[in-house]
Design a protein around this ligand. Structure first.
Ligand code: ATP
Length: 304
């Protein structure tokens, strides 16, 4: 049976007259890489802040690693590696010193800290600048340092809020690799991002947020299978391919396209072979995460 690592039930948070998080309900199971997706201002960070006990919800409840009481969150937070927007560092201290202060505050013994810090800084590619004051770091370097902090030691759950903001393409690739490694070790990762193409590469599950509301959530594969698949065929003679497919067939340049159910694929392929058609390509095009997001949420990726 799958174990829920995070469960949110009707979470609601208002700031003045604005409802930033509006009855948000979702469940993150153990081992999932869960993408919390939506445009700027959708309510992602606010939800994360609630779940980490940094702010209180106005309504609804949640559990984190089985703990349901806000007053007892401190019991499970040491099992969570968290990276949220704009982590604060002491600017005149180095990365090494900043992380050492963080571990000291977590109660980790002095003798155990250097190895944890070295491993985390190496994992994010900061080993060359560990002794430079953090105030002289670039945006991307500070972002990597925030990730290093989240990666310190072994945790059961990693909550990463927009972890690739400000990173160059190779930095983004490294973050994807890091998340893949965490997932391979059975860790649960909850990642918020507005970059759908990126989420598509790393997430097993997704939730779509829009204007404070959770519009849809589920396993990415299952969400995909709810959408018609497009078949693309390149071959000759084109007219005969279209005849075999029937009225759903249409031409897109040299390709014959059709919205079909994948279960019709083998029959069609066999008919084409028997007919002597020369087939150069026979591909199912699955809808991208962006296409699914737009279909579920509407075209707008508007910022509130
Ligand atoms: N402390 C606050 N006081 C007032 N309004 C706030 C506060 N924090 C967030 N908001 C508002 O709540 C809404 C949701 O913000 P939130 O930061 O949760 O969105 P987000 O999805 O994380 O966006 P981004 O991708 O830009 O970080 C926004 O309209 C934001 O302006």
């Amino acid at each position: 049976m799958s174990v829920a690592i995070i469960e949110a039930d009707g979470l609601t948070k208002r700031f003045g007259g604005q409802t930033a998080v509006d009855e948000v309900t979702f469940s993150v199971n153990e081992g999932a890489v869960f993408g919390f997706l939506g445009p700027n201002g959708a309510g992602k960070t606010t939800t994360i802040r609630i779940v980490l006990g940094l702010i209180f919800a106005d309504a609804g409840g949640f559990s984190l690693l089985g703990e349901q009481k806000s007053s007892r969150l401190h019991r499970v937070l040491p099992r969570v590696g968290a990276f949220i927007e704009g982590p604060g560092y002491v600017p005149y201290l180095s990365a090494r010193q900043n992380l050492d202060r963080f571990l000291a505050a977590e109660g980790i013994r002095r003798s155990g800290r250097p190895k944890l810090i070295a491993d985390a800084l190496e994992a994010v590619g900061l080993e060359m600048v560990v002794d430079r004051p953090v105030g002289r770091y670039s945006l991307g370097m500070r972002q990597r340092l925030g990730l290093a902090q989240a990666l310190l030691g072994e945790r059961d759950l990693y909550i990463l809020d927009e972890p690739t903001n400000g990173l160059d393409p190779s930095g983004m690739r490294e973050v994807r690799r890091l998340i893949g490694e965490l997932a391979a070790r059975g860790k649960t990762v909850f990642i918020s991002t507005h970059l759908l193409a990126e989420a598509e590469q790393i997430c097993s599950h997704v939730a779509f947020m829009s204007q404070g509301r959770l519009v849809k959530s589920g396993a990415l594969d299952e969400l995909r299978s709810d959408y018609p698949q497009q078949l693309k065929i390149l071959g000759t003679p084109v007219g005969r391919i279209m005849e075999l497919i029937g009225p759903q067939a249409r031409l897109d340049g040299p390709a014959v396209m059709a919205d079909l159910s994948p279960k019709d694929g083998p029959r069609l392929l066999q008919a084409m072979i028997v007919d002597g058609i020369e087939i150069a390509e026979f591909t199912w095009l699955t809808p991208s995460l962006e296409e699914i997001f737009i279909a579920e949420v509407g075209e707008g990726f508007d910022v509130r």
